[in-house]
Design a protein around this ligand. Structure first.
Ligand SMILES: NC(=O)c1ccc[n+]([C@@H]2O[C@H](COP(=O)([O-])OP(=O)(O)OC[C@H]3O[C@@H](n4cnc5c(N)ncnc54)[C@H](O)[C@@H]3O)[C@@H](O)[C@H]2O)c1
Length: 329
């Protein structure tokens, strides 16, 4: 298939581009490079520096490249930033998706794989979280993604041949097993890369936000999924989509790790000291989040190859050691 990958110069999108090419698809990257890296896009992929807001340019690429399916990763992704700049988040993530969907309608492209997030569930009433759990985001980032899911439902109802899958990711981590791609965010907000920066001495210490949660060791619990397992689910979902489908799947490994457990695993993988300090809880940080990903396992036969956090951290550590300056741009 000819696949447009928005955000294909970003962390997850670049891994998707790689896997699409390896699977024999043609990947066409659209990214404004606001937070992405041109060097993360392999030479075999076409690249267009376009903003999601530019509907006409998107429609042109969709038609010229004869796109069959869009994988939509492009978004702003920081919860804290979304609280400070909600308009920017709704503009980029929600209005940006509308612009893309309009371009797709104009070009007659009707297959859509959407990067959604566990943030649509907000503070969950139960764990593990299943797809039918109530969706009550607790920050503008989560709402900006939830709005896109709602827009997709309405758009699919209006156009019976439009098909979409919303993949609700838990915490994505790790790097390509061959060491060629990794996570290079500025600023970095994700736990595992922050821990590894502290292990490398590039950050003085890691702040553990909250040690009085109702968990065994008092720190927050999250579900970490390896980026290549996550991306594999996108290809399976894309191939399974039939006209009119509206699908939702959680993507996690179904096991939660506390912040302290991540620190212990990172110390074991790196053999380094990781200095920490304790900070207050952050507002809107639920105590425990982990996925029930049984639905995608049953319906599409997906299963994660990386089942433990140490293996995931090891791939990130390899990338960090070989690319201390990330993509160097
Ligand atoms: N990383 C995670 O743990 C995680 C968890 C849940 C959901 N997600 C979702 O996965 C997707 C990818 O996340 P990531 O971690 O790879 O983020 P990223 O910041 O590394 O990649 C996003 C890419 O989108 C591009 N982009 C942003 N706005 C754009 C616009 N208006 N026009 C064109 N390009 C634009 C950026 O330049 C960047 O290359 C996002 O939609 C995010 O919300 C990520």
């Amino acid at each position: 298939m000819n696949v447009m990958v928005t955000g294909g110069a970003g962390y997850i999108g670049s891994h998707a581009v790689r896997q699409l090419i390896e699977a024999g698809h043609r990947a066409v990257v659209v990214d404004n490079l606001f937070r992405g890296h041109r060097r993360a896009v392999p030479d075999e992929a076409a690249f267009y520096q376009i903003d999601l807001a530019d509907t006409a340019a998107l429609a042109g690429v969709l038609a010229d490249e004869k796109i069959d399916c869009v994988m939509h990763f492009a978004a702003l992704t920081y919860v804290g930033e979304s609280v400070a700049e909600p308009l920017g988040y709704y503009h980029n993530n929600t209005a940006g998706a509308i612009s893309l969907l309009r371009a797709m309608r104009e070009a007659g492209v009707r297959r859509f794989v959407f990067s959604s997030t566990a943030a649509v569930y907000g503070e969950p009433e139960r764990t593990p979280i299943v797809e039918t759990c109530p969706q009550k985001p607790v920050n503008p980032y989560g709402w900006s993604k939830w709005c896109v899911e709602q827009i997709l439902r309405d758009h699919a109802a209006a156009d019976g041949r439009f098909a979409f899958v919303a993949l609700r990711y838990f915490n994505v981590a790790g790097a390509a097993a061959d060491g060629s791609l990794g996570e290079d965010h500025e600023p970095e907000t994700h736990l595992i890369p922050l821990v590894l920066l502290a292990a490398m001495g590039r950050r003085e210490k890691l702040t553990v936000f909250g040690t009085d949660y109702p968990t065994a060791d008092g720190t927050c619990i999250r579900d970490y999924i390896h980026v290549e397992d996550l991306v594999a689910a996108h290809l399976m979902a894309m191939e399974a989509l039939q006209p009119g489908d509206t699908r939702y799947y959680n993507l996690g490994i179904g096991r939660g790790y506390s912040v302290n457990e991540i620190l212990d695993a990172a110390r074991a993988v790196t053999g380094r000291e990781i200095p920490i300090e304790h900070g207050a809880r952050r507002p809107g940080d639920p105590a425990v989040l982990f996925a029930d990903s049984g639905k995608i396992q049953r319906e599409l036969g997906w299963s994660p190859r990386y089942r433990g956090v140490e293996e995931i951290i090891a791939t990130a550590w390899q990338w960090d050691r070989e690319h201390p300056d990330g993509y160097g741009d």
